[in-house]
Design a protein around this ligand. Structure first.
Ligand code: SF4
Ligand code: SF4
Length: 68
């Protein structure tokens, strides 16, 4: 099943990726990143089709999609 990974080093927490996911699979992380911000996180039970909406809208290229 496809999934995404969000690179903590690149994500600035703008959260633009959350509303564009058709499955509501991205949320605000509960813990702080190393830079002290709440970044985006793929939900544990999140569904993903690899549609790329999130990666396309991300201004910092922080989202990588895996289709394995
Ligand atoms: S759009 Fe990119 S930079 Fe913004 S919260 Fe999502 S992953 Fe982070
Ligand atoms: S690739 Fe599409 S389905 Fe998967 S998390 Fe991103 S927006 Fe959601």
């Amino acid at each position: 099943m496809p999934r995404i990974e969000i690179n903590e080093k690149y994500c600035k927490g703008c959260l633009l990726c959350i509303p564009v996911c058709p499955f509501d699979s991205i949320e605000v992380s509960k813990s702080l990143s190393a830079y002290g911000i709440h970044i985006a996180a793929f939900k544990k039970d999140g569904k993903c089709t690899g549609c790329k909406n999130c990666a396309t809208v991300c201004p910092d290229m922080a989202i990588e999609i895996f289709k394995d």
